[in-house]
Design a protein around this ligand. Sequence first.
Ligand code: RP5
Length: 159
Amino acid sequence: MSIKVAIIMGSESDAEEMKPASDILNELDIENESRVISAHRTPDRLREYILNSEKNGVKVFIGGAGMAAALPGVIAAHTHLPVLGVPIESKSLKGMDSLLSIVQMPPGIPVGTLAIGKAGSKNAGLLAASMLALEDKNIEKKLKEFRKKQSDKVRKDPL
Ligand code: RP5
């Protein structure tokens, strides 16, 4: 099984907020793995993991981090592959610190930044799926089915 989407988070404390990303990828049958690797605490491990993932055929990275959330930007610094950033909701600043850290990348090294917390995490998974669907008819079909099911769940009759 080759991993298509690598999900990296800065700390085990990010795991609950990052779970919607792996959940939706699993629902769409897209091979993924989640790792805890910190840009600040384990920088060498992070670089090695990114370079190996690229060699092993990973197509998209998702990086979730909180506070001074350098992780997605550092991932992007090491690869030309698409990087999606999820700002984790930090305790003191409610994720505004994470959001601004992730979104304000210098020109030349892009990170596609999603919403703070679980909504962003789920959408990162879905956006990774959309990218893969460009060249994979099976994923395209699964994604369209997901969208249809989602639409069908919205009630049509008055409340
Ligand atoms: C960041 O610092 C992590 O992504 C996490 O959101 C935050 C706090 O980490 P812990 O102190 O909970 O490990 O690097």
